[in-house]
Design a protein around this ligand. Structure first.
Ligand code: GLA
Length: 761
């Protein structure tokens, strides 16, 4: 018999509070996470983590092996009966399971599987001891429950109020190596975070070769996986494929999370759609090289591991040292991808992004990059800014080319001193003039990089990442500064704060325009050299932390050739990220579609640019470009003076409209109403939290003659309420809009914009 958890004492926000009378430590009874240690006279311990709609069960069995018993819908029942113990040939058995051939680490769902002791699937942890041996067989030693959400030294992590989250630490050990598995639980959002602390309690150093943030074993089910692939100027395109036996992987070795793959993944059942089906999602809060692996094993179990890419990682763990893995954010939805995305959007918006701009309205900005590239002076910029002010923008952003000798991308990076040939009299007079127009001022920097042709490189060639005796590889003609060095970080901190203190600057675009290789640092010995890629990221985070805490009013937008470092780690410091260097509206419907599976719209930097588009040559109307760019932190990236008078009027109107919608777009609930990779149109919808307002935006790619109009069902409305469509004043019931749908307007020409705005009657 398995126990039913039935001793319900109370409920909180729909979540059962269950007697936790076996606790040794006092626990606040109002907490929403329920851990039930079922103590027996052996080592057996069970943990049950409840969120609003999900349940996670972990058990340390009679051998102390920590098994994942369940993750999915709320079941209110011990699910251990679902674990099977097959006697599969060539599976090894732990010594203490004696001759029980049915008990094998190789077939059990494990919480944090290790290398070398009989589980032959992809591991979460690989260690090499001093004697060269690798076997690690962690067993349970105890647990602790803490109010609030844990944080991680030197790394970004989900944060929460004390009464909003709980932390469970589960302790494991094999001899002198101990591991603390940390689970942060945010019941309201169905979010569970994972991170591990690996500690060396012994007398000699050991080497970590792989230390993943999470493992999720799922014994049953037929699964597809979705990852987000792409390239520069075409990022995060979702790719869904069935699991095949063996290991499937999505990863980056570029020193950044990359354009090519994203540190996020979804496992879903075969029938999973936007509105139904089961899916698990995981997103890594990390901006460096990562790896996600899903192994589909011999008995059709799926194992998902995610963390720092072990191919570029090796860490010497000295006696007494702890190593903290980055955090992985997990969620589960039994209601398809929409619900999964809503969970991620909410937690990233409210518990990852920080600072004033977490809630403050994001300024509508005009960026001069595609308007001028490197070819500008102060007069030219002022002309562009003036028009932006006239048409209603909030901020002018001066992009690349304002500093050092920077007339092309071959020189000047590192010399963060204004170029007075371009900006006569320096930065302050320009900023003051722009501020007088009623605009805020923003500035572009690329702190981590240096050009060979720069004063900084000439003064400090030793600050660059390169291997002694070898020429370093170049990328966009630039080199990378060694962010593990204190003197480099100090230089950058001083350079950035000097810029920010020199004038009234409200925004930084923090760019990073190359992939990193030639890993080597003078600060490390040959024994420690494998630590460099991770230490680079720690150095970057330290600098970002210092800048964000010393300049709390400055909005930082992340960027890496567009979306080459678009991850939940960067969002902890920069609440928005330039989504892609591709500003073509049609392509953006696909890029932003993929991005929206994990990341909230407020995180997506998105601008209207010129037509024909500079990346694709595609022609589209200013209205189509605006509707697409409004799905994010909105702005313009063109010379508004070059527009026709009609277009200028339209821009004015767009900015006014966006300012009426921005709360709905950034804080409302977002629904993908079509799949633009497959369908003939892209369509998405925003619903106000109180369901009183709905905005449908999109683009019909091509017009087909002699056809019915497209009908699309809306989602997330109140069935009983009445909604009026702004364009024609017609009134519909929520029920009709959700069950029948709405007919999309007749449009004319390619890439035709759609905007349907409904308000409750
Ligand atoms: C990167 C960015 C662009 C622009 C240029 C400037 O490519 O993504 O938006 O800032 O750098 O060099």
């Amino acid at each position: 018999m398995f126990p039913l958890y039935s001793r319900k004492l109370d409920t909180y926000d729909g979540i059962d509070i269950i007697d936790i009378n076996k606790y040794k430590k006092p626990v606040n009874r109002k907490v929403m996470v329920i851990i039930m240690p079922i103590k027996t006279d052996t080592l057996t311990n069970s943990f049950r983590i409840l969120t609003k709609n999900t349940e996670y069960q972990i058990k340390a069995d009679e051998y102390g092996v920590l098994k994942r018993v369940w993750y999915g819908r709320r079941v209110d029942c011990d699910m251990e009966y679902m674990l099977d113990y097959p006697n599969t040939g060539f599976s090894v058995n732990p010594y203490d399971a004696a001759h029980n051939r049915n008990y094998s680490l190789n077939t059990l769902p494990l919480e944090y599987p290790c290398d070398g002791a009989g589980d032959f699937r992809v591991p979460a942890l690989s260690v090499i001891r001093r004697d060269g041996s690798r076997a690690l067989d962690l067993r349970y030693t105890g647990f602790k429950v803490l109010d609030g959400k844990y944080s991680i030294p030197g790394l970004p992590a989900v944060y929460a109020e004390k009464d909003e989250a709980q932390t469970i630490e589960i302790y494991l050990a094999d001899g002198d190596i101990t591991v603390t598995l940390r689970y942060g639980v945010l019941p309201k959002y169905d979010i569970i975070t994972r991170s591990a602390v690996i500690s060396n309690k012994g007398k000699s150093a050991v080497r970590l070769e792989n230390a993943m943030s999470m493992c999720l074993d799922i014994p049953y089910g037929e699964w597809d996986w979705i990852h987000f692939e792409g390239r520069h100027a075409m990022e995060r395109i979702p790719e869904r494929a069935p699991l095949i036996h063996g290991v499937q992987e999505s990863s980056s070795k570029r020193g950044a999370s990359s354009h090519q793959q994203n540190p996020s993944v979804i496992l879903c059942d075969k029938t999973c759609s936007e509105t139904s089906g089961e899916c698990y999602g995981a997103a890594l809060m990390y901006s460096g090289s990562f790896k996600t692996q899903i192994e589909y094993d011999q008995v059709n179990q799926a194992r998902l591991v995610m963390g720092i890419n072990p191919d570029l990682f090796s860490w010497e763990l000295k006696p007494g040292d702890d190593f903290h893995t980055p955090e992985a954010i997990m969620t589960y939805s039994a209601e398809g991808f929409s619900k999964l995305s809503h969970n991620f959007h909410r937690v990233i918006r409210n518990n990852v992004c920080r600072g004033r701009y977490k809630t403050a309205k994001r300024p509508v900005l005009l960026n001069n990059w595609e308007a001028t590239y490197f070819n500008f002076d102060d007069e030219k910029l002022l002309e562009i800014a003036k028009k932006a002010a006239e048409l209603g923008a909030d901020m002018f952003v001066m992009d690349d080319g304002w500093f050092g000798k920077r007339d092309s991308d071959t020189s000047g990076l590192g010399d963060w001193i204004v170029n007075e040939n371009k900006l006569k009299g320096g930065l302050k007079p320009l900023v003051d003039k722009v501020r007088k127009m009623g605009l805020k001022f923003g500035i572009w920097i690329e702190p981590e990089m240096v050009s060979e042709d720069s004063d900084l490189f000439r003064a400090h060639p030793e600050w660059v990442i390169r291997i002694p005796g070898r020429n370093p590889a170049l990328c966009r003609s630039q080199l990378v500064l060694d962010m593990t060095r204190n003197d480099v970080r100090d230089y950058l901190y001083n350079a950035i704060s000097a810029i920010l203190n020199s004038a009234d600057i409200s925004y930084i675009k923090w760019d990073m325009n190359r992939s990193i290789c030639d890993w080597y640092s003078d600060t490390l010995t040959s024994v420690n050299m494998g630590e460099m890629p991770h230490r680079y990221v720690l150095g970057l985070y330290e600098l970002l932390e210092k800048i964000t805490s010393d300049f709390p009013d400055v909005l930082i937008e992340g960027c890496s050739g567009g979306g080459g470092r678009f991850d939940a780690g960067i969002l902890y410091y920069c609440p928005q990220i330039w989504c892609s260097d591709n500003t073509d509206a049609y392509d953006r419907t696909k890029i932003q579609y993929g991005t929206s599976f994990i990341y909230p719209l407020s995180a997506v930097g998105s601008h209207v640019s010129a037509s024909p588009n500079h990346q694709t040559g595609r022609v589209s109307s200013i209205e189509a470009r605006a509707v697409t760019a409004m799905a994010g932190s909105f702005g313009y990236e063109l010379d508004l003076n070059k527009l026709t008078d009609e277009e200028k009027e339209e821009v004015k109107n767009q900015i006014t409209r966006f300012k009426g919608y921005d709360d709905l777009i950034h804080n409302g609930t977002y629904h993908r109403l079509s799949d633009p990779l497959r369908d003939k149109f892209a369509l998405w919808q925003y619903v106000a939290e109180d369901k009183s307002e709905i905005l449908v935006h999109g683009m019909i790619f091509r017009q087909e003659p002699n056809m019915l109009r497209y009908a699309v069902r809306l989602r997330g409305l109140s069935e009983e309420r009445l909604y009026r469509l702004e364009t024609d004043g017609k009134v519909y019931t929520g029920k009709a809009l959700m069950n029948g749908g709405i007919l999309l307007p007749h449009t004319w020409g390619d890439y035709a914009p759609v905007e349907l705005h409904f308000t409750e009657v």
